[in-house]
Write a protein that binds this ligand. Structure first.
Ligand code: ADP
Ligand code: TRP
Length: 322
């Protein structure tokens, strides 16, 4: 049994890029009987950036509802909120004390944020230590991450190594896994879809608003009657990621044949999104209307997680002679 762990920031409701690039692949991985997954919502990490508590709370529920809507099995896996596990901050302190200051000061993500943000708080600086505690607390073996998080994984291994050399072998050394094949979903403006570019499609929106987002996908100004190049078109790129081969072939023909406008293609894309995500949209809405159920599922997950967390902390405290 391999233990896989990943944290999801509570910075907003997952968009189509997060769904195709992270949620669907992760859920497929959790279905493999030889894997056991720990998945949590990193709502404490989100405090480094978001100071509105209602917003962090709502984002946390939104992320939870999205993963559940896509079929995450909470019996087989351990699904929880970071803030429900106080053990993580205790471990973070011990790791802080074996982490060299320059290692944190040189982290790419800290340098980038401290140069670009007005609120440069100490949480941004020690962000990787909390992340290391998230991972080491649960004896995680594999951590699927995007390229931007690779350095944090190296730091996690360094912190565990530093603890081992000062005290004794205590932690499982995690490995980062990175899937080169994961697609990059383009946003409405053709750049990578991202919350930070505000170019995303939120498939959970009510139909009218969702349609507005799909209609805002940027295209060139080829007139309706002229043939169009599907391979340079954002609408086609998104359509291709969601449709089956027969539908894609038909759409390609429409583009090349002329007398088919971008408006038609966008409407087809909108309808495809409604169709492909019909079940998930309904599930999401019903979870968002039942916070008690969401809390219940997350607290059950926290209970399972805390068992593992406290066993690890017992080892850590023993190593510290506490
Ligand atoms: P954002 O750029 O919107 O802030 P995050 O950086 O929080 O998204 O990414 C969360 C997860 O979703 C990561 O695993 C990331 O690789 C994946 N992801 C984000 N945007 C895309 C995209 N446009 N295409 C594919 N995967 C994406
Ligand atoms: N830092 C990660 C991100 O921004 C989120 C995260 C927090 C995480 N703790 C983690 C990811 C532990 C993997 C493992 O996406």
């Amino acid at each position: 049994m391999s233990r896989i762990l990943t944290g999801i920031q509570a910075t907003g409701v997952p968009h189509l890029g997060n769904i195709l690039g992270a949620i669907e692949p992760a859920i497929r991985t959790t279905k493999d009987p030889s894997n056991e997954a720990f998945l949590f919502i990193a709502n404490m990490h989100s405090l480094t950036a978001i100071k509105d508590p209602i917003l962090v709370r709502e984002n946390t529920y939104g992320v939870a509802a999205a993963w559940l809507a896509f079929g995450l099995d909470t019996d087989k896996n351990t699904f929880y909120r970071q803030s429900d596990i106080p053990e993580v901050t205790e471990l973070m302190w011990y790791l802080n004390c074996v982490t060299p200051f320059p290692m944190l000061a040189n982290a790419h993500s800290f340098k980038d944020k401290s140069e670009n943000l007005s609120d440069v708080n100490a949480g941004l600086f020690t962000y990787p230590v909390l992340m290391a505690a998230d991972i080491l607390l649960y004896d995680a073996e594999f951590v699927p991450v995007g390229k931007d998080q690779m350095q944090h994984l190296e730091m996690t291994r360094d912190m565990a190594g530093a603890f081992h050399s000062k005290y004794q072998e205590t932690f499982v050394l995690p490995e980062a896994t990175f899937d080169e094949r994961v697609m990059i979903v383009p946003g409405t403006d053709g750049r990578k879809m991202s919350k930070s570019y505000n170019n995303y499609i939120d498939i959970f929106l009510p139909e009218k608003q969702l349609k507005k987002q799909v209609m805002s996908v940027v295209t060139d100004s080829t007139p309706m009657e002229k043939p169009k190049n599907p391979d340079t078109c954002n609408v086609f790129a998104l359509y291709q990621l969601l449709a089956d081969d027969a539908k894609v072939a038909k759409m390609r023909k429409n583009y090349l044949g002329g007398n088919y406008g971008y408006g038609h293609a966008k409407t087809a894309l909108f309808e495809l999104i409604l169709d492909r995500f019909d079940v998930q949209r309904n599930e999401y809405a019903s979870f968002m209307n039942d916070r008690e159920e969401l809390d219940k599922l997350l607290l059950n997950g926290a209970e399972k997680a805390r068992k593992v967390a406290s066993a690890t902390l017992t080892r850590v405290r023993a190593a510290l002679e506490f």
